[in-house]
Design a binder for this molecule. Structure first.
Ligand code: OSB
Ligand code: MG
Length: 382
């Protein structure tokens, strides 16, 4: 199946800039609180950053993998390996970005590694043009909707106070993580206390079809959606589940490409897709998926990987693109970090919206001293 052309097509002709220097820098930032999911509890963010230098300009991008393969198969070490040994050698100055994408396609999967380079090149191109990234992508600035992802809590009281804080801040929707045995009653507690809050749950693949009767009980709570109830690798069984549930299913882990999105939609496996730009291979693939979904009445939102200020800014710019119709997992910096490596921090305005950082490229400043302070590994690649 061919995916119709989208604003990404305009980017395909842009020339790959000449790179004077490329570094991978891994930083470790403590989270303000542990982030619990059905698959793992993370206590800090170990982010592999790419620094690209070209003609006196410096672009930073962020690989959204974790050090572990509990959410996704890629890890910081596999991404480093794929970037260093397979992808970076394919980067040739002057070839069109579309040609580079074709070269990258020979490497199967490893979208997070690909996105790190492709996003870095797009940010560099935006800097060269003196334009904000969203403008290079082809979209005007707008206020970005906010959304909070609340991890598994030890007690319902802890969960209720997290939701209360989110509501007070004005977040446009609240997502709560669920897992087997920590679901119906916890959702009920939130619903009883906050009958109107736009609410959704994310199971990170913890259930199977044999839990159908149990999952159907979630239909009572007016949820916006249930994210990835079944296996990370499944599409088909989600289509069977969607037929049996009122609540919209949203796929996250299952969607790696425009073809996966097309399959999921054709099968009726979901009504909503979470596009994480890293998981699908970068900004251009994200725009293609969002554009494809928009033509088919499927809502899309930008997921997050509790990124540092670099990846967070990438997600913010991406959400100006056509098709991003729902609030994403885009929260204030302070939800994860006391001090981030980039300024300014993301904050919500009085209406719960996020302003796109101003200036060329990402519009954020990466603070060198903070990188040096937090770096646990630094490798020059070229
Ligand atoms: O499933 O969406 C997920 C974080 C890490 C790994 C997987 C997920 C998440 C989140 C948090 O839900 C998103 C964010 O706040 O950036
Ligand atoms: Mg998810």
């Amino acid at each position: 199946m061919t995916i119709p052309s989208s604003p990404a097509a305009a980017l395909e002709g842009l020339p790959v800039p000449k790179l004077d220097r490329v570094d991978l820098v891994t930083v470790k930032l403590p989270f303000v609180a542990p982030f619990g999911t059905s698959v793992h509890v993370w206590t800090d963010k170990e982010a592999m950053l790419m620094r690209l230098e070209s003609g006196g300009l410096t672009a930073w991008s962020e690989c959204v993998s974790d050090p572990d393969p509990f959410y996704f198969y890629e890890t910081n070490d596999t991404a480093r390996h794929i970037i260093k040994d397979f992808l970076l050698p394919l980067v040739e100055p002057g070839i069109p970005l579309g040609e580079l994408e074709l070269r990258f396609r020979r490497v199967r999967g490893h979208g997070m590694a690909k996105a790190t380079i492709e996003n870095g090149l797009l940010i560099l191109l935006a800097l060269q043009q003196g334009a904000p990234l969203h403008k290079l992508l082809g979209f005007p600035a707008k206020k970005i909707m906010s959304g909070l992802s609340i991890g598994l809590k030890d007690t319902p009281a802890d969960l209720l106070s997290a939701v209360e804080r989110a509501v007070a801040k004005g977040y446009h929707r609240v997502k709560m993580k669920v897992k087997k045995g920590q679901d119906i009653e916890w959702v009920r507690a939130v619903r009883d206390r906050f009958p109107k809050v736009p609410l959704m749950v994310d199971a990170n693949g913890d259930y199977s079809l044999s839990d159908l009767a149990h999952l159907r009980r979630l239909d009572d709570f007016g949820l916006m959606m249930i994210e990835q109830p079944l296996s990370y690798s499944d599409i088909y069984e989600h289509s069977l589940l969607q037929k049996e549930m009122k609540t919209a299913i949203c796929l996250d882990e299952s969607i790696h490409s425009p073809a996966d999105a097309a399959t999921a939609i054709a099968l009726g496996a979901c009504r909503i897709i979470n596009v994480k730009q890293g998981r699908v291979g970068g900004l251009m693939e994200s725009m293609r998926i969002a554009g494809f979904c928009a033509g088919r009445g499927v809502d899309v939102w930008s997921g997050g990987m509790d990124e540092t200020g670099i990846g967070r800014a990438v997600n913010i710019h991406l959400q100006t693109a056509d098709g991003f119709t729902l609030p994403g997992d885009t929260s204030e910096t302070s939800n994860y970090f006391d001090e981030d490596i980039a300024d300014p921090a993301v904050v919500l305005d009085a209406g719960g919206f996020i302003r796109i950082p101003e200036g060329p490229g990402l519009g954020v400043t990466v603070v060198a001293e903070r990188i040096l302070e937090r770096a646990i590994r630094w490798e020059r690649l070229g």
